[in-house]
Design a binder for this molecule. Structure first.
Ligand code: TA6
Length: 319
């Protein structure tokens, strides 16, 4: 693996392993001991650990690791449809498919590769996909782990069809939290949102920051590039930076909804929160030959009581 080399060998820091269900996963490591795991099932990130080896993403103890079912946890990709707002099954088909490793992807900017362990995956529609969604596309996903432990997902979706098509998209990001009652989100205050619990009715957020005491399932609109999730008990703040993803979905199923999901423990809602960079309200339309890019960068900083030290309007490397 080249761990002791004076110059870190990022290529060697990428390893292909088989999950117990026989499907390949790619493990990314950085020089300080952080890691991430990406499954070819769904192109789904299933683990992201910091340099202490602590898991930062939630995966249910009841998760079903059997394709085509998407695993309950990590970062499933919702494409070409988010939720049930279209003719496809819930959250589209990308999360249910077996992706391939893309050995020769079109180049990204050097800052997306330099000093990072990464893997490129590819999804093209099958005959079955084309029957229910008749649009040829190439979906390239770059997952990278930086030296500071931050995790970046870059989705590039290209129309290789003769006609335009539209889609919605989300990185359904299951964050691991200490106790949902102790968590708050900053960066979405005063924004409008569509409430999935009220027939997608539009409301305006009133509070200082979003806190949780019951089920929440909302799509926040026209959100800033940076959103922070503060976990008071763990003294940890997740910083979510995004580009090309104007919306943010916030979801916690709480008690009743948890009990209705076969692949989710009754009490597990306390340890998770989905905060998803997304493009939902205004679907993305691509003309023939056009490509769309949606980037998500997740990092963790030690937190105090508020995120004042994080510039929620800031742009970061490449964002
Ligand atoms: O992220 C919000 C949401 O659309 C919720 O409505 C909830 O159902 C969740 O996704 C999980 O969906 P899934 O199809 O994975 O059970």
């Amino acid at each position: 693996m080249g761990h002791s080399a004076a110059v870190w060998d990022y290529r060697a820091a990428t390893e292909i392993t088989k999950d117990w269900n026989g499907i390949d996963s790619i493990v990314l490591r950085n020089p300080r001991g952080a890691s991430a795991r990406v499954s070819l099932h769904g192109g789904q990130v299933t683990s992201w650990r910091n340099e202490q080896g602590e898991e930062l993403l939630f995966t249910s103890s009841k998760a079903i690791f059997k394709p085509p079912k998407a695993v309950r946890g990590g970062i499933p990709i919702c494409f070409p449809q988010f939720g049930n707002c279209g003719s496809l099954k819930q959250h589209g088909f990308a999360r249910n498919k077996i992706w391939t490793v893309d050995e020769n992807p079109p180049p990204l900017s050097p800052s997306d590769s330099h000093g990072k362990s990464f893997v490129d995956l590819l999804l093209k529609p099958s005959e079955e996909d084309l029957r229910c969604w008749p649009h040829s596309f190439e979906f390239r996903l770059r997952v990278s782990l930086a030296a500071d432990g931050s995790l970046t997902l870059i989705s590039r979706i290209r129309n290789v069809n003769g006609k335009p098509f539209s889609f919605s998209f989300a990185y359904n990001t299951y964050l691991s939290v200490s106790d949902i009652s102790e968590v708050r989100i900053e960066g979405l205050e005063t924004l409008d949102y569509l409430d999935n619990l009220c027939h997608k009715e539009r409301f305006t957020e009133q509070g200082d920051a979003i806190t949780f005491e019951s089920e929440v399932d909302r799509v926040y609109l026209s959100t800033p590039k940076v959103v922070a999730v503060l976990d008071h008990e763990r003294k940890r703040t997740y910083v979510i930076r995004k580009e090309g993803l104007p919306d943010v979905v916030v979801w916690n199923p709480w008690e009743k909804q948890s009990k209705s999901m076969a692949d989710f423990g009754d009490e597990e809602y306390k340890q998770m929160l989905c905060v998803n960079g997304a493009a939902i309200e205004k679907p993305v339309t691509l003309k023939p030959g056009e490509e769309w890019t949606g980037r998500l960068e997740l990092s963790v900083v030690a937190s105090t009581l508020s995120s004042e030290h994080i510039d929620l309007q800031q742009t970061s490397n490449g964002f």
